[in-house]
Design a protein around this ligand. Structure first.
Ligand SMILES: [Zn+2]
Length: 65
């Protein structure tokens, strides 16, 4: 029937609480992605959380819209 667009999965950023959608660069680690951007990831780390070494490199690549 009406099938205009593939629905990408969404999550809520744990830092800024805003929803963000799946991105290609996260295709291998979507389960682990918690933040919409590198900025949010960094901010959350500054809070006191220990650095997680195998966290997805969510913000390693510049956002391409
Ligand atoms: Zn965010």
């Amino acid at each position: 029937m009406a099938h205009k667009k593939v629905n990408l999965p969404e999550k809520t950023c744990q830092q800024c609480q805003r929803p963000f959608a799946w991105r290609k660069k996260w295709h291998r680690c979507w389960e682990e992605v918690k933040y919409c951007s590198d900025a949010c990831r960094r901010k959350s780390k500054q809070k006191s959380q220990p650095v997680t070494p195998n966290l997805c490199h969510a913000g390693q690549v510049e956002d391409e819209f």
